[in-house]
Design a protein around this ligand. Structure first.
Ligand SMILES: Cc1cc2nc3c(=O)[nH]c(=O)nc-3n(C[C@H](O)[C@H](O)[C@H](O)COP(=O)(O)OP(=O)(O)OC[C@H]3O[C@@H](n4cnc5c(N)ncnc54)[C@H](O)[C@@H]3O)c2cc1C
Length: 280
């Protein structure tokens, strides 16, 4: 039996994390399946757990002068139901597609980010929102861009004494988001490929576009060449623009869900659908 801590203040949580290195537990929708799988292979769970459920101040979304603060423990259901501007339409669409209702009611945005799965539906959306991760420890707080926080396949720079306390999304006046996910079926499915976008337009012309793709590289990636090709384009023509050359940052692999070739083809279709959806 491993130690189980359930502190009631953030200071206590950070002190326990610093002293014991206990694993933060939010919704448990990644941790519990892992623990069960290990047990099935005869590996008892010995890692101390730091249950964050009683720590105040980690829930919910607040608007600030600079943008939005999404508490680390904010669930997918809370995101899907929040009265957010169109900038968040992609993140909210992803929230409605993470597992089923039970998973959405428990699973959190920070849990998705820290698991850092290539198929994590939240991550491309956080990339196009230009979100920062707020990391707290006993010695203070630091902020990092999501792209600098997730460094590889299920790898982040979360330090042993740190907890994610929030995701910070800057204002983007007139920004609109979208998200497209491809799986083997419509719902309750891990992504084969996914794409997220935030665009800003001046009338019918695209001023800025931020585009990211997930599940086609060890870490979800922005597509800077596609973003520059879209800048200045007519929105009605945007779906014609994505081409193979724009996918250079990606490295699709073959796995149980799809071949590398299928992923490369599918992601282009997904990007075209994603952009066409802004005029639908
Ligand atoms: C049936 C099922 C279907 C699923 N479908 C999808 C899907 O379609 N798309 C998808 O992206 N994911 C899916 N998932 C995975 C999972 O639900 C999400 O990744 C979820 O957002 C994880 O959040 P959690 O709060 O449950 O994380 P937890 O399991 O509590 O934690 C996950 C990781 O994050 C760390 N962590 C959590 N909170 C913090 C914090 N505040 N600070 C530091 N570290 C922290 C934990 O230590 C752990 O390493 C599915 C899971 C299940 C069981």
């Amino acid at each position: 039996m491993s130690a189980y801590h359930r502190p009631r203040t953030l200071d206590d949580a950070l002190a326990i994390r610093a002293a014991t290195g206990a694993l933060p537990l939010a919704g448990g929708t990644d941790i519990h399946p892992l623990r069960t799988a290990r047990a099935a292979w005869g590996e008892p769970w010995t890692i101390p757990v730091l249950d964050l459920s009683a720590v105040p101040g980690l829930d919910g979304i607040t608007e600030t002068a600079q943008g939005w603060r999404i508490g680390a423990r904010t669930t997918w259901t809370a995101i899907a139901e929040a009265p957010l501007p169109p900038l968040f339409d992609g993140l909210r669409a992803a929230a409605r597609e993470v597992g089923g209702r039970q998973v959405q009611n428990r699973g959190t945005i920070a849990g998705n980010l820290v698991t850092a799965s290539p198929a994590g539906d939240g991550i491309p959306n956080l990339l196009v929102l230009d979100a920062m991760v707020e990391l707290s420890s006993s010695s203070g707080t630091r902020r990092l861009a999501v792209a600098d926080f997730v460094t590889g396949y299920r790898a982040t720079v979360l330090a042993p004494g740190e907890i994610v306390t929030a995701l910070l999304v800057p204002r983007c006046d007139g920004g609109r988001g979208r998200f497209e996910k491809l799986g083997a079926r419509r719902y309750m499915v891990i992504s084969i490929a996914m794409a997220a976008a935030v665009i800003r337009c001046d009338g019918s012309r695209i001023l800025d576009a931020r585009i990211a793709v997930g599940a086609c590289s060890p870490v979800a990636r922005r597509l800077p060449m596609l973003e520059s090709a879209l800048r200045g384009a007519e929105l009605t023509q945007a779906a014609r623009i994505p081409g193979i050359a724009h996918l250079a940052p990606l490295a699709p692999i073959a796995d149980i869900r799809a071949s590398a070739e299928y992923r490369a083809d599918a992601v282009l279709v997904l990007l075209r659908d994603l952009l066409a959806g802004f005029t639908a």
